[in-house]
Design a protein around this ligand. Sequence first.
Ligand code: HEM
Length: 460
Amino acid sequence: MTTVHDRLRVRRPLPRTSVPDTVRVAATALAPTIARGVLARRPAAVALAERFDADRRAGRLLRRLRTRYGSGPLRLRVPGRSLALVLSATDVERALTGTPTPFSAAAWEKQAALGQFEPNGVLASTGPERADRRRFNEDVLDTPETVHDLAESFATVVEEEAAILLGRVARTGGLAWPEFRIVWWRVIRRVVLGDAARDDSEVSDMLTRLRMHANWGPAWPRRDALRRRFRTRVQSYLDAAEPGSLAAAAARAPVTDRTDPADQMPQWLFAFEPAGMAAFRALGLLATHPEQAERAHAEAAEDGLDLPYLRACVQEAVRLWPTTLVLLRESTTETEWEDGVLPAGTGLIMLTPFLQRDEERLPYADVFTPRIWLDGTAQANWSLMPFSGGPAECPGRNLVLLVTSLFLARLLRSHEYRQAAGRSLAPDRPLPRTQSPFRLRLRARPWSATTSPWTSFAGP
Ligand code: HEM
């Protein structure tokens, strides 16, 4: 039974940061996150963040604040907006499993940004529209299945495009993000829109421009003409419904007048780009970690669509360097927490680079440890949520892991890699908290199971 004392204790508002601490959070944790681009990365800002070790500094500050103010959520002193930082795995679990009520996924900031190019996307939707669009997304993306219904067709796409990339690797002896990105976007367009879209780089460019614009959130006027052109193009691929593509699956899936399939597709296209970054970073990790590389090569050599170790490597790459830097929720009612209450309408901010590298609580914080995704460790810890969790968890998770693991397998089957440039990655040193894929470069040489001990690599 709760006593009067308990009720008084619980109804106290949660602690709020002082003005100087709020300024520190804004300057050290929030500004570098926003500057890098929440919806599309700005390479110059990523380079700056890497140079100044932005995520390590932010982590240090947030741990200090957790010691000073308690485990949170920690309210920030921001005029005109109630905002709180989530600092513990327990509170992450509460916010993510409590979606959409009392924690809506359609926070105001998110709606403002996504409204620029997918106003009816599930991520920015609420109520019955959200339920309907979520069901549609899960149908098309085959959410619960590790191996998507169209996996054979995606594997062919990966095989063909990776072979072209490897042709280039053979000529130059190296691999960097610009050429990886071009090939990856062809994979994305073929998987999502169909083979006819393979060389339609204009559709990707239109979307990149809209995302760059949306990075500014409500501060920028909408680019309605560009959005209309982009949507018409996407709709044309949806109408064509090329067999073997997500467009075909979307054309087959049941819809209602709430679904708006063409507004769900931009998310599929744009979310696949960071998946390429994660795959490229995973290759960088394998290029520098012999033990894990050996296991990855062995799995790649087998024929198959389900590649658990490579999937774990990609998940570990997004844990170490999350591609979704911040998860947002908005409380729909007043909520009670261990140390006090939060008012309705509070924006809850979960900074993934901090939570997934919380060195006070995660013994493997700065170490490449794919094992945690295979033995249940990661699934049991709500601090690790590169694909979010609960009812709004990324419905594309399995699909992303399928396509990236197939792509990595193809690259590893015939070649091995070493790091040639970018922040140095090594098994005997803590991994950098910020790592720009734009500066990462790898050397490559042909590989077969019977040759090439790790130490004898003599690249070009
Ligand atoms: C590395 C790649 C990806 C990562 C790390 C990722 C991560 C995430 C995260 C963290 C969220 C949830 C945000 C929140 O809780 O507020 C999310 C939502 C979503 N993702 Fe992904 N995603 C990736 C790729 C994809 C792909 C390729 C697709 C589709 C083909 C996709 C489809 C979606 C959709 C539709 C949502 C909205 C779900 C909802 O609001 O119910 N994602 N993703």
